[in-house]
Design a protein around this ligand. Structure first.
Ligand SMILES: NC(=O)c1ccc[n+]([C@@H]2O[C@H](COP(=O)([O-])OP(=O)(O)OC[C@H]3O[C@@H](n4cnc5c(N)ncnc54)[C@H](OP(=O)(O)O)[C@@H]3O)[C@@H](O)[C@H]2O)c1
Length: 199
């Protein structure tokens, strides 16, 4: 398969890329250091990426950011950071990409554990994760041409524990090989509309 991995150079994306590149052709996408440049906060940039890559069989998104900070001090602009990046950035990869993907292709997005196991400072991420999960389960039933769509929702991955662990008290870090299996299940499996939770 020809697989676009957006966020291919990130903590999760680079390990997923290493695994899938053993048996597929990977197009690495990110804002820099990648085969194709894309900024998911710009729909024009997303359109340009698909114009450059052309048709493809699967797309994985392992990217997207959101505001991290105390709920009490959050502004409307802080909510829109996550809407613009992690939420609409990933949704727009699907909305634009569905015209370029082959029959029976698949989209795999990334949300995260915070939609149901919240942490202090996490509202900006939690509400976006919930929106992404709902987008995937609802869009799946209207996808045409056999196109599938799933979302992987990992817990805090072990590779991020040193940097982020203090913000996630009580969370058990998830091993990276388990997280990778979530993406393999979506891309190489046959399910659709699935919330693939890796906790
Ligand atoms: N790490 C965890 O423990 C964890 C747990 C649960 C969920 N998640 C979610 O998983 C996703 C990936 O997390 P991660 O920790 O792997 O992130 P990361 O290490 O920060 O990597 C982010 C990746 O996305 C690219 N990127 C950043 N901004 C972009 C943009 N505007 N447009 C396109 N690409 C962009 C980065 O490359 P460039 O900088 O070159 O663009 C990089 O390849 C995020 O949605 C995160 O919330 C992570």
């Amino acid at each position: 398969m020809k697989i676009i991995i957006v966020g291919a150079t990130g903590t999760i994306g680079k390990v997923v890329t290493t695994e899938l590149s053993k048996r597929h052709t990977i197009v690495k996408a990110a804002t820099k250091n990648s085969d194709v440049k894309v900024d998911i906060t710009s729909i024009e940039s997303i359109k340009e990426m698909f114009r450059q890559v052309g048709s493809f069989d699967a797309l994985i998104s392992a990217t997207g950011s959101a505001h991290f900070g105390l709920f009490d001090t959050m502004t409307e602009a802080d909510f829109y950071k996550g809407i613009k990046s992690k939420m609409m950035g990933q949704i727009n990869l699907v909305m634009v990409g569905k015209d370029f993907i082959t029959d029976n292709g698949s989209f795999t997005l990334t949300s995260g554990i915070l939609h149901k196991d919240p942490i202090r400072n996490g509202v900006g991420l939690s509400f976006v994760n919930g929106a992404l999960n709902s987008f995937v389960t609802s869009a799946a039933i209207e996808m045409k041409r056999g196109i599938r769509i799933n979302v992987v929702s990992p817990g805090l991955v072990e590779d991020s524990y040193a940097a982020l662990g203090a913000a996630f008290p009580g969370h058990i870090p998830v091993s990276m090989p388990r997280v990778v299996q979530g993406y393999l299940k979506s891309v190489e499996g046959f399910g659709t509309g699935q919330l693939i939770e890796i906790y």
